[in-house]
Design a protein around this ligand. Structure first.
Ligand SMILES: [Fe+2]
Ligand SMILES: [Fe+2]
Length: 411
């Protein structure tokens, strides 16, 4: 049979459409059943346990995770340990329900490389690996990021990739809040995980909520002012914070450092009392605190004098070394401070940093210029912080891997 030119064109067009849409549907089905948004979070004791959380779009049978030492992975005698998951169903928009699963691997050994995967009776993720922390003080590096928040996938992916290239062996990544613009918008969290790729499957994330992981308090009744319903399902963070603030306020220890993550959105006095208790029991060599809203804001419209009243006396009393913040969409670093003043040279004080990783920038106020060692930035940054026994080395990089700021704190 002879095929005319037009018929031949229609045949090719039909075949092309079939391939495109047929393929897309198959991809869609695949996405529906495989684990996605897999993320490691540190526990309070990262030398003997490790949390992992993931999501599925359908509820599978027996959601679980498997784990094995990498050194035993190919041995026929060893089989992976199985941990059953805790699952919570989350209603996204009254039409779509998704399932978040979490496991805390416990009884792990310090400083050991483990392989793990997550899934259910039908579908497992790929095998990933992570290394547990050391039990004692040991030199390590972690990365710290200010607000991501806007154009998360299109603009922030390269920040994450550059950060990973610069520091592939970071112990974990710390986020000081505002990872998204609208904490209840699942599409923005999708962008966050897309921008990160497989990085959080191998490097744990430690995050605290910014004001954008809460609703805008100007437009809602006080009783509705609560952390986004998507926060706790997505992450498995320590639950040792004050009551009602679990997984948004917490502390953890990592190789000689006590980290304290605070929530600048609510119950500040309650957190200050809790912080005092945590720091009075601390046996770690260094103390690093993180909070989203800055204690010494460089934004014209903001000034958290309540933080200066409630948190600063506790930071001073327990000699907090460093405070990592976000929110102001710019960069600043104070001199060492005590009692809201610059300390005389060589005396001990707390250094407060504000940084920004996303593409939105605010103008800077001169209100606290007398406290500032550096202010500026209209460019995305990430920070690499190496903690040794006697020195903390801090370096802020831009997207070209150029040093934007650096300093050291000596014990
Ligand atoms: Fe922000
Ligand atoms: Fe903010």
């Amino acid at each position: 049979m002879k095929i005319s030119k037009i018929n031949r064109y229609l045949l090719f067009a039909g075949l092309a459409l079939f391939l495109i849409f047929g393929h897309a549907r198959a991809d869609g089905n695949t996405l529906n059943v495989f684990p996605e948004r897999i993320v490691l979070n540190l526990t309070q004791t990262p030398y003997n346990s490790q949390a992992v959380t993931w999501r599925t779009q359908k509820m599978g049978t027996s959601p679980r995770a498997q784990i094995i030492r990498v050194s035993e992975f190919s041995s026929l005698e060893s089989t992976p340990k199985i941990f059953s998951a805790r699952t919570s169903a989350v209603d996204l928009d009254k039409k779509t329900t998704v399932y978040h699963h979490s496991v805390v691997f416990n009884s792990l050994e310090p400083n050991v490389l483990y392989a793990y995967r997550v899934g259910d009776d039908q579908h497992f993720s790929e095998w990933n690996q992570f290394i547990t922390a050391s039990e004692k003080l040991k030199s390590f590096t972690f990365l710290y990021f200010g607000d991501i928040q806007n154009q998360i996938q299109s603009m922030c992916s390269r920040v994450f990739r550059t950060a990973f290239q610069k520091q592939p062996d970071a112990g974990f990544w710390l986020f000081a809040g505002d990872m998204v613009d609208n904490g209840d918008d699942d599409k923005e969290w999708k962008e966050f995980f897309n921008a990160m790729g497989w990085i959080p499957r191998t490097i744990p994330l430690m995050l605290l909520p910014g004001n954008h992981e809460y609703p805008d308090r100007r437009f809602i009744p006080l009783e509705d002012y609560k952390i986004s319903k998507l926060w706790r399902p997505h992450f498995t963070l320590p639950e040792n914070g004050p009551k009602d603030l679990e997984e948004t306020v917490f502390s953890f220890e990592y190789q000689g450092v006590c980290f304290v993550m605070l929530n600048g959105n609510e119950l500040i006095e309650k957190q200050a009392k809790w912080l005092e208790k945590i720091l009075s029991k601390n046996r770690q060599h260094w103390v690093i605190v993180s909070i989203h809203q800055p204690v010494y804001s460089i934004s014209k419209r903001r000034n958290r004098t309540d933080f200066q009243k409630f948190f600063v006396p506790v930071f001073d009393r327990f000699s907090v070394d460093l405070v990592l913040q976000g929110h102001d969409h710019a960069y600043s670093r104070t001199f060492p401070l005590r009692n809201n003043q610059r300390v005389p040279d060589k005396e001990k004080g707390t250094v407060y940093v504000i940084s920004i990783a996303g593409p939105k920038f605010y103008p800077i106020s001169s209100r606290y210029d007398h406290l500032m060692a550096k202010t500026g930035s209209r460019e995305p940054l990430f920070q690499s912080i190496r903690v040794d026994a006697d020195t903390l080395h801090y370096t802020s990089y831009n997207i070209m891997k150029q040093v934007y700021d650096s300093f050291e704190i000596h014990k």
